[in-house]
Design a protein around this ligand. Structure first.
Ligand code: GUN
Length: 295
């Protein structure tokens, strides 16, 4: 049986470290870090994500604000709000929850965020800095995975890391981060995606597999090698009327067939998800500490 990379336990530890830092800030009579989340529309998963972000803020002692817009909001209205948040001395960081409705150009919105307040690490300036190994906000999910690998002291140097999926939020940045000259990093990286033929030919030879696909139970035990490290970013709602919520959360990894072959594996839920949330808190306190308004 593989050992579990317990993202839930580690996220609690990280949040308690952040809480201690906030207590020190408050003891110096400074204001608490402030994170703002913008939520557009009624997407159930987005609402749940944003609500948990607000809850995390309460837990670590941050101030948080949730700004809601209807699905019909115009690009101009959103841009106006972003401009206001960019200028606000009382806001350290903010996020615009994705996806956005069709009438909104997502790239235009991301580009409008002041990179110094871009705690999601989505702005091209921050993405570029990340790629060039300069200090910046790392996108929360890749940052969470790196932290899991780091705190569990998983050796990544010279390992073959296969990343499944090339999204701007997970796969693409992850592929850059695993190849950088650092720990965790220094891996030989293969990025596979929807046009890759015979994905299993890559995963079978991988020391580390990171799946960010959104296809429940995609990665089976016969697609990985003995002793592989398996990181599951997938979290898909699968209808299940026998459960009170009416759905279960499924990862990309078929845990049952992989668990006896892998050396380390992340569970879903309780793996990458809580780490992502903790890293947003980490980025927010970093934004607070580096803000020109808070010395
Ligand atoms: N949608 C799914 N994941 C994320 C995230 O990390 N940040 C934002 N803003 N939207 C998301």
């Amino acid at each position: 049986m593989a050992q579990i990379l317990d993202g839930l336990a580690l996220s609690k530890q990280i949040k308690s470290e952040i809480k201690e830092e906030v207590e020190k800030i408050l003891a110096r009579k400074r204001r608490a870090p402030h994170l703002v989340a913008i939520l557009v529309g009624n997407n159930g998963a987005s609402k749940a994500y944003v609500n948990s972000k607000v809850k995390d803020c309460e837990e670590v002692g941050f101030t948080s604000s949730l700004i809601k817009f209807p699905n019909t909001v115009s690009e101009a209205e959103l841009l106006e709000k972003i401009d206001e948040l960019n200028k606000s001395k009382a806001v350290d960081g903010f996020i615009v929850q994705l996806p956005l409705p069709e009438q909104i150009d997502q790239e235009k919105i991301i580009n409008a965020i002041d990179p110094r307040k871009d705690v999601d690490g989505f702005h091209p300036e921050n993405f570029g800095k990340m790629a060039l190994e300069m200090d910046t906000f790392l996108p929360a999910t890749p940052f969470g995975i790196l932290t899991l690998l780091e705190r569990y002291n998983i050796d990544t140097k010279g390992k073959h890391c296969v990343i499944i999926g090339r999204s701007r939020i997970v796969g693409k940045p992850m592929s850059i981060l695993m190849g950088r000259k650092d720990f965790p990093g220094n891996s030989t990286v293969t990025l596979v995606h929807s046009y890759t033929q015979n994905i299993e030919e890559y995963t079978k030879h991988a020391d580390i597999v990171i799946t960010a696909l959104g296809t429940p139970d995609f990665l089976k035990g016969n697609m990985i090698k003995d002793g592989a490290i398996i990181i599951d970013v997938g979290i898909t709602r699968v209808d299940d009327s026998s459960l009170p919520k009416g759905y279960r959360l499924a990862g990309d990894v078929d845990f049952e067939s992989c668990k006896d072959k892998a050396s380390w594996i992340t569970p879903v839920p309780g793996g990458v998800g809580p780490m992502t949330r903790a890293m947003l808190m980490k980025n927010t306190i970093l934004a607070y500490k580096t803000s020109v308004y808070n010395d």
